[in-house]
Design a binder for this molecule. Sequence first.
Ligand code: CO8
Length: 263
Amino acid sequence: PSEPQYEFLKVSTPRPGVGLIELHRPKALNALFTPLILELNAALRAFDKSTDIGCTVLTGSYKAFAAGADIKEMAPKTFAEAYGSDFIESWSGLPNLIKKPCISAVNGHALGGGCELAMMADVLYCSTAANFGQPEIKLGIIPGAGGSQRLTRAIGKARAMELILTGKNFSGQDAYDWGLAARVFATPEECLTGALDTAETIASYSRIAVKAAKEVVNKSQDLGIREGVEFERRVFHGLFGSEDQKIGMKAFAEKKKAEWVHR
Ligand code: CO8
């Protein structure tokens, strides 16, 4: 089937089971604005619904993942417009829209909304040359797409508070050292290849189990340890109702490769 055409995205399926979305607004360093976000939401939804896809990779160019929300678009906004339209609400779709995992591969600038978008993914990979930051304070605003919450949970209050109050940038190596990035790579090429390799591995497993694994890990961010462990156990019990659990365990016993049916 032919891929839908987008103006601000490049969309492809470079590996079995893997959907790749590249932000493509080179003239503005992938600055995020509503038409781009609507396309991104549509592309994410299409991959999430596709039975051929098990994992998505989200990336930008080697120069910029995304240099933030479009400052020129935001500049004239009034309070009434921002509040009235719940500005940014539709931009925060990634974590709510999709049930399958998404890996962000971050190269170059990931600033403001760009950093926030990267952090919405389930796994964040970057190269040493990545340039992260929440510089909103310099524009007279604050992070608006979850930056103050996700950055703080990922790297702790001490560092997040300092970064958000000063607007100082931090490197890909910092992101890895502080636990925001799961892996850091020497070059952008290796970063993208690493993300695609991991996505291919994830896509090779039962979609049912992968979806459940993502759900329980995400719950740890909202629940206390006792409720979290109970929630995990209930979802674990539920997987014994899947065909893939029988297939996976039988294949192990027979020393064969599991042929998942994703049910
Ligand atoms: N908005 C609009 N245009 C941008 C943006 C942006 N955020 N970033 C870069 N551009 C444009 C530039 O205006 C320039 O356009 P033109 O050629 O027409 O002048 C073009 O991209 C290239 O940029 P530069 O010439 O500045 O390139 P440099 O390599 O010299 O610098 C930088 C790169 C350091 C990234 C620089 O462009 C910069 O500082 N950009 C702004 C970064 C920033 O402050 N981002 C935060 C924005 S606020 C925000 O994101 C609020 C979050 C809200 C939630 C979002 C939900 C997802």
